[in-house]
Design a protein around this ligand. Structure first.
Ligand code: AKB
Length: 320
């Protein structure tokens, strides 16, 4: 069996921190190299400071390490992206092209590229987004993700580079903080609940979005990357979903465990972004092609989040 050498870019982000642990459990600590522009918290393995815009630095690292796979997580997310659209385009697009072209020229076996529900927008039924619908995103982040999916498709069909991708919904996890997205409220709210503090939500009470628990998102990512090549029939990006809820339903789910928890709603500019995204995602292709099935519901995710945060936050009591 080939020994894997895996580079993760943007490894200090919300997904990266958890993915690093799972990759090292699966392939061994020596197989995983974390890269980011800042050190990665709680990572005991190899770390290299790398800006994905630095093509030479990237090529040198890939070559030195005999890299076999890249998980390219570095990106500016939806809400942060709107503050500087041109920089977001540069980081997200030039960063991806550096990865794809380095992977092509250096013989990398597999690349993972995270896309997002942000690719959806105008001209579709937002009640439930299908796999193959027009993509007219409302944010620069969504534009970069839609373009990035097509670049992955192009590199696969033109050069045979095995690029695999998921359209992540909002990801909820206790292990790492989210960084500049529209779905961040669904993580922040748990930290307030665990500290028994009221939460002010930046989305409207009825703003329904597709979401997924971190454990499910990581499992989906690793299952997609491990699936036999012939099973990967979507070469843009797979729709992926775990659950869907609005802030009011999430607050009610938390109140089952923390009855006096209070939430106020003060929607800001992120509400318009959320309103441009679908409420639910049809992930039939992922289920059929490589056996995707989420394990967590709103209730089981809520309990697990509160169990973990309740036992780590000193001012709160463990919640059972
Ligand atoms: C964001 O809110 O920007 C991200 C995403 C859905 O891609 N969490």
């Amino acid at each position: 069996m080939q020994k894997e050498k895996i580079i993760v870019t943007g490894a200090g982000g919300q997904i990266g921190q958890v993915l690093l642990q799972e990759l090292s459990n699966r392939y061994g600590m020596d197989a995983v190299i974390a890269t980011d522009i800042r050190p990665v918290p709680n990572w005991g393995g190899r770390f290299v400071t790398l800006n994905v815009l630095d093509r030479i630095g990237l090529e040198n690292l890939v070559e030195e390490q005999g890299t076999t796979q890249i998980y390219h997580l570095a990106a500016i997310l939806s809400a942060s992206g709107e503050k500087d659209p041109l920089m977001t385009w540069q980081v997200n697009m030039d960063g991806l092209l550096n990865i794809l072209d380095t992977a092509r020229t250096r013989g990398i076996d597999r690349v993972f590229y995270p896309s997002s529900i942000a690719v959806f927008g105008a001209g579709i039924d937002l009640q439930q987004a299908g796999q193959d619908v027009p993509l007219i995103p409302a944010t620069v982040y969504g534009i970069t993700k839609a373009a990035g999916e097509n670049w992955g498709y192009y590199y696969y069909h033109r050069y045979g580079l095995d690029v695999r991708s998921l359209r992540y919904p909002g990801i909820i996890g206790y292990q790492s903080p989210p960084g500049g997205g529209t779905t961040d409220y669904a993580v922040d709210i748990f930290h307030y609940a665990a500290r028994r503090e009221p939460y002010t939500c930046f989305l409207a009470a009825d703003s329904r979005l597709p979401m997924i628990y971190m454990d499910d998102a990581i499992r989906a990512t690793l299952d997609l990357m491990a699936a036999p090549k012939e099973q990967i029939r979507v070469r843009t990006s797979y729709n992926l979903s775990g659950m869907d809820f609005d802030p009011q339903e999430l607050a009610a789910a938390i109140q089952e465990f923390v009855p006096d928890f209070k939430v106020r709603y003060e929607p800001d500019f992120r509400q318009a972004i959320a309103a441009s995204w679908p409420q639910r995602i049809d992930d039939t292709n992922a289920r059929q092609d490589w056996g995707w099935a989420p394990a967590y519901s709103l209730r089981s995710m809520t309990k697990d989040m509160l169990d973990h945060l309740g036992s780590t936050i000193s001012s709160g009591q463990p919640i059972h």
